[in-house]
Design a protein around this ligand. Sequence first.
Ligand code: IMP
Length: 197
Amino acid sequence: MKEFLIASNNQHKVVELNRILNPLGINAVTPQECGVDLGDVEETGTTFAENAEIKAMSAYKKTSMPTVADDSGLMVDALDGRPGVYSARYAGENATDKDRYTKLLTEMKDVPDDKRTAHFVSSICCILDDKTIIKVEGTVEGKIAYEPKGEDGFGYDPVFITKSGKTFAQLSSDEKDAISHRGNALRKLKEEIIKYI
Ligand code: IMP
């Protein structure tokens, strides 16, 4: 199996990435697993695509390994697209997932049902070698719940209601992959990578 470095320490993302990359003969390894320290990379971009490229380029420069980086987040229409690129930092540096979605629910408490639309975005940058950079983006539309539901997943999953009426956190991994922003982006990535391997 080919090894690709995932420029992320978010285990949930790594697992989601591997479920889709493994069938291509690609094993996604974390920086820890291949013994490299990527350090803190400042996400200074104003778009998900810019931040994905910043993370991928920094890891590629340090390791020269084929690298995949994802930058993702939740855009809520009633909040003019917030938390957006600040999804991970929405409730401060040391906040938990629960702190973040609780803050979101508080901000959304007076927003009526028909104005609770939102979407997740996943932007992926994959650097195969000095000359080959692949960039793809996937989205998924949904609504913000009034209260958290479901035990699975991570991040804002318990408060993101999908078209099925269930939150992301109430779906199995396979069900989430089939419709998620990251699943959609990775399926596009797969189509592109196939052209090079
Ligand atoms: P990143 O690591 O900078 O891409 O941060 C993305 C943040 O967006 C995560 O910390 C989560 O809070 C949120 N996020 C991204 N993808 C998902 C998802 O699939 N479910 C729930 N939250 C997500």
